[in-house]
Design a protein around this ligand. Structure first.
Ligand code: UGA
Length: 373
């Protein structure tokens, strides 16, 4: 919990024991940070949990419905005294006490989010509303408790302090809010080119509403919000059958199957390694900026170039096969990360050619394909 120490106007009375100062409250919460990660059993979520657990002052609670996430991703933390795992679907309210919320829960692979589009949009809209409600309730409850502990005069003052103790909430939004972008690269100021009735709308329009809800709670209730717009991320622990392009190509190359480039193959994406992404998310959460801020690697590749790189690095014997594409596939995508550089001091460190072999190693282990094959 940050930025609270300057909000109080606390004074002590000689007739009663000194009240805790806002600074001490702030220190208390900083040294016992309880962090909720929704979708924490998923690909990015579980890497985020690993990083948060490295800090001994963090207690981490994961809420996940395991639709695309897996307990396997968190197995090293199960049973740890600072870690808790809850099977929970964010479309239902969650009543727990937390200081920060990283709200990641939502299937991100097109084949998974299109599988049950009504559920996807509910996850984005109702799920985000529930998490915003949770972030807001934490502050209200804190003020209420203080009311019963102190006399009226002091309570009134503390109530004002307490009401600032909302949980800070970070939404992982997406580059998909730019739709099929007509501006290239995409800065945060671009409003996008989104089909509101297409097969991808459950996800991209869902995330757009989620961003709106975040800002409405911020403006109307003063909630501390953070919004990251995540561009295509890859790395170990992606589901092997995830359906996204990097995991598909690596699994295909290891199995000796053709790499399926969806036509025309000239469409572009910019791929960010997962450790860079997690670093950006934590910097955004800990810093003073609400965002939205693009997080992604500006290195841009056509899908044919990606296939050729995977072929060269992993299995030069496989062929590259052109297959049919799906509707509304964005033709180009590349983040403008000027804001992330200036406001967060963040930029990705890992190039595609260095990240792919790390992911290959993980896929080899899980697929049982050793290096000699
Ligand atoms: O990976 C991500 O982070 C992003 O993945 C998806 O966005 P998309 O860019 O469509 O992801 P992919 O399914 O990996 O597709 C990327 C491109 O690869 C192509 N593709 C996909 C799969 C395949 O086997 N072959 C292939 O050429 C697709 O046609 C598309 O042009 C999600 O919608 C985003 O929210 C998410 O942030």
């Amino acid at each position: 919990m940050a930025n609270n120490s300057s909000n109080g106007d606390h004074q002590t009375s000689t007739k009663q024991p000194p009240l805790p100062s806002p600074l001490r409250f702030s220190k208390f919460f900083q040294s016992n940070m309880r962090i909720l990660v929704t979708g924490g059993a998923g690909f990015i979520g579980s890497h985020l949990v690993d990083r948060l657990m490295e800090n001994e002052k963090n207690e981490v609670i994961v809420a996940d419905n395991y639709f695309t996430g897996s307990k396997d991703n968190l197995k090293k933390w199960i049973g740890h005294p600072r870690f808790e795992l809850i099977r929970h679907d964010v479309t239902e309210p969650l009543l727990i006490e937390v200081d920060q919320i990283y709200h990641l829960a939502c299937p991100a692979s097109p084949i998974f989010y299109k599988y049950n589009p009504v559920k996807t949009i509910k996850t984005n809209v109702i799920g985000t509303l529930n998490m915003l409600g949770l972030a807001k309730r934490v502050g209200a409850r804190f003020g209420f408790l203080l009311y019963f502990q102190r006399n009226l005069k002091c309570c009134y003052k503390l109530f004002l302090i307490g009401s600032n103790f909302f949980a800070r909430i970070l939404l992982t939004s997406t580059s998909e809010v730019y739709g099929d972008p007509l501006v290239h690269p995409q800065p945060e100021s671009y409003w996008g080119n989104v089909n509101p009735i297409g097969v991808r709308s459950c996800y991209d329009e869902g995330k757009r509403v989620a961003e709106t809800l975040m800002f409405d709670y911020h403006r109307q209730h003063g909630l501390e919000i953070r919004i990251a717009r995540i561009f295509n991320t890859y790395g170990p622990r992606m589901n092997i059958d995830d359906g996204r392009v990097v995991s598909n190509f690596i699994a295909q190359a290891l199995r000796g199957e053709p790499l399926t480039v969806q036509s025309p193959g000239t469409q572009t994406r910019s791929f960010c390694y997962v450790s860079d992404m997690v670093d950006g998310l934590i910097r955004l959460m800990e810093g003073p900026n609400t965002g939205p801020i693009n997080l992604g690697n500006p290195g841009e590749f056509t899908m044919v170039e990606l296939a050729e790189t995977v072929k060269e690095l992993i299995n030069p014997k496989v062929e590259i096969k052109m297959v049919e594409n799906t509707p509304d596939d964005p033709r180009q995508r590349k983040p403008d990360i000027t804001q992330a550089k200036e406001l967060l001091g963040w930029e990705p460190k890992i190039k595609l050619r260095d990240g792919l072999p790390r992911m290959e190693e993980d896929f080899r282990l899980r697929l049982g394909v050793d290096k000699s094959n």
